[in-house]
Design a protein around this ligand. Structure first.
Ligand code: HSE
Length: 406
């Protein structure tokens, strides 16, 4: 039997207990080769009258100082006190499985190094893509490839909002309020709608794929708050949708990373990833294209990924699973140097302004939407962000710009 402790009995923590109850004896213990027993649950609250009542502890030291505990599951979220607890557990020789993307993005390299030195494991499958297996495939399956691109829809809340705006022609605020009422979006949705959550997740995937620390602070991040129902009308004219992409690409010796809403045409592999689903597209230099799609959030999908880490930790007790993520920082090239096409909405009448617009951008494709007056859209040719910004500054009346992907 292997004893584990769970830090935090919130949505994911209670999900971990539920997953072990549902599938423990039927499949999980067999796959782990050992019975997995939850000995302690750390939480500020008591849960009188519930089956976990006697497992609750309020003092982390009880867990830290119990040599019976071989694996600690950290599902508290946030950097502190999670970092202090996880580091202490690893230094005591306990493996840690976490769903905490803030913790992994900020301290992943250091915690992996401590795990390596102690012949234990620091595992974080649930930190990106919820229930989708993506960390283990990157670390253990796609090992024959040089990864050239990772592009993901990594935030379920924003994907739900954008999907609904596109389908129902609603504006951002209306859909956000509805998503909050249904419990899909957090009461404070900033981390999701401003792109911070997706930014941490692409930082983790990029660090793993490229083997060096990608600091999330270095990633250009733009949320979805400026996307309107009118943008979606233009997108439809272009046989496209609008998605929040988190991507990192290797071009020659340069690495770019960005989180931003993009126009995606219907041929793109991520075009059909809708609602709260997440999707991750990976391009390797020998395997080519690979796609992962599934539930990117939610109690049981996230808990499923956490428990899969616990199984892996049990299977590798006393042996570190090699993970190539060094603390040496990967310098990202400024996105100003990256090249793409841009969709731009411009105020005024196309017949009055096209000559002026083409003097700035060169030849463009004009996009009109029946019923939308007083403005028109254009698609530019491929140019660097730097060039686009310089040109856009010299043109009055730009209402919105969305990058084009694919
Ligand atoms: N707020 C996140 C999302 C939860 O909407 O995807 C999963 O990390």
């Amino acid at each position: 039997m292997v004893n584990i402790a769970i830090l935090g009995y919130g949505t994911v923590g209670s999900g971990v207990v539920e997953v072990l109850n549902i599938n423990g004896s039927s499949v999980i213990n067999k796959r782990a080769g050992e019975e997995i027993n939850v000995k302690y649950i750390l939480d500020l609250r008591d849960f009188p009258g519930t089956p976990i009542e006697h497992k609750i502890v309020h003092d982390f030291d009880v867990i830290l100082n119990d040599d019976d505990i071989k694996i600690v599951v950290e599902v508290m979220g946030g950097v502190e006190p999670a970092y202090t607890f996880v580091k202490a557990a690893l230094l005591k020789g306990k493996s840690v499985c976490t769903s905490n993307k803030e913790l992994v993005a900020k301290h992943g390299a250091e915690l992996l190094e401590i795990a390596k030195q102690n012949n234990i494991n620091f595992l974080f499958e649930a930190s990106v893509g919820g229930g989708i297996p993506i960390i283990r495939p990157l670390n253990q399956s796609l090992t024959a490839d040089e990864i050239q691109e990772i592009t993901g829809i990594l935030n379920g809340t924003t994907n739900y909002i954008l999907t609904k705006m596109g389908r129902e022609g609603l504006d951002f605020d209306t859909v956000l309020k509805e998503a909050q009422a249904k419990g899909f979006a957090e009461r404070n949705p900033d981390a999701d709608v401003l792109g911070y959550d997706a930014c941490r997740k692409i930082a983790i995937l990029s660090s793993l794929a490229f083997g060096h620390q990608v600091d999330f602070e270095d990633i250009y991040t733009e949320g979805i708050t400026k996307i309107t129902d009118v943008d979606f009308k233009y997108a439809k004219q272009l046989d496209s949708s609008i998605k929040l992409f988190a991507s990192s690409k290797k071009t020659g010796d340069s690495f770019y990373a960005m989180v931003a809403p993009v126009l995606v045409n219907s041929y793109h592999p991520l075009y059909s990833v809708n609602d709260v689903l997440n999707g991750i597209y990976i391009k390797g230099n020998v395997i080519g294209d690979v796609m992962f799609v599934g539930a990117g959030a939610g109690k049981l999908p996230t808990a499923s990924a956490v428990v899969s880490d616990v199984v892996d930790a049990v299977k590798h007790l006393g042996r570190n699973i090699m993970t190539n993520w060094s603390s040496k920082k990967l310098e990202l090239t400024h996105i100003d140097k990256s090249e793409k096409q841009y969709f731009v909405r411009i105020s005024g009448n196309v017949s009055d302004r096209l000559k002026e617009v083409e003097e700035v951008f060169g030849e463009v494709k004009v996009v009109g939407v029946p019923g939308v007056t007083g403005e028109f859209g254009i698609v530019t040719k491929v140019m660097s962000e730097e060039t686009y910004k310089a040109k856009a500054q010299s043109l009055d009346g730009i209402l919105n710009m969305i990058r084009i992907e694919g």
